[in-house]
Design a protein around this ligand. Structure first.
Ligand SMILES: [Zn+2]
Length: 242
């Protein structure tokens, strides 16, 4: 964990209750929050780490990287308080783009589409639009924070939420088995989202080329009712349970 700054944001566990005692028998849950980087405007990018004793495979869930795609953050919020089965190790990042989230805007404050800024298949493209890839690969602090965090955690699985295309992305998939399992668990179709002719500079492509684990893009629909948020959170817990 050398590259991740541990900060004094450890959250207290809930006081014991009969229900909590049952949960404690099932799995002893640990939780801490780390700041993994800072946005252009100085907002902290936070990751909440929740894990149980004996967990060996970590799962990262990114609620949002495009600040105007917000449904995944609701799934993350639900996972923040969910009872964890034994063996689960979750890293929950509500947003990799806190400035975009605060402004309800796709890009970061420099107007860069962070999901076109990663240094894999990067191209100079989209200047003046909402899909600008940035002046250079990994030019943005949010991109570099995500890379440093993911390199340090080296998760078995990373799931990144987007909207509104509705499907589990099979484009350049590292593991079709995982894509199909996710689609089944989430009740979403398997679809190939090729960014209209070839994605460049995405988090998942960078992750899948440079890290041992698998990253998958999950596109939720345009509107996500509360019941669906709960179902998606449960599905991800099942996926993360060994
Ligand atoms: Zn998106």
């Amino acid at each position: 964990m050398a590259a991740v700054a541990c900060v004094a944001l450890s959250l207290p566990l809930a006081p014991p209750s009969p229900a909590a005692t049952v949960a404690a028998v099932r799995a002893s849950v640990h939780e801490t929050t780390v700041v993994i980087g800072t946005s252009v405007e100085g907002r902290p990018i936070r990751a909440v780490h929740r894990w149980t004793d004996g967990a060996t495979r970590s799962t990262v869930v990114v609620g949002s990287i495009h600040g105007d795609e917000r449904a995944g953050m609701r799934v993350v919020r639900r996972l923040r308080t969910a009872v964890l089965p034994a063996g689960v190790d979750l890293w929950l990042v509500r947003t990799m783009n806190p400035d975009g989230t605060a402004a309800d805007r796709r890009t970061n404050t420099h107007g860069v589409d962070l999901n076109r800024n990663f240094p894999t298949y990067w191209e100079r493209a989209g200047a003046g639009t909402e899909t600008w890839s940035g002046p250079t690969a990994a030019s943005e602090p949010e991109t570099r924070a995500a890379m440093s965090f993911l390199r340090t955690v080296a998760p078995r699985t990373t799931l990144v939420f987007h909207q509104p295309l509705f499907g589990v992305d099979s484009y350049r998939a590292k593991s079709m088995t995982l894509v199909r399992r996710l689609a089944r668990l989430l009740d979403l179709p398997v679809r190939s989202f090729d960014c209209s002719g070839g994605c460049h500079g995405t988090l998942t492509d960078w992750h899948n080329r440079h890290l041992p684990g698998r990253a998958v893009t999950i596109e939720l629909g345009p509107r996500v009712p509360a019941a669906a948020v709960a179902r998606y959170a449960d599905a991800l817990l099942r996926l993360a349970t060994p």
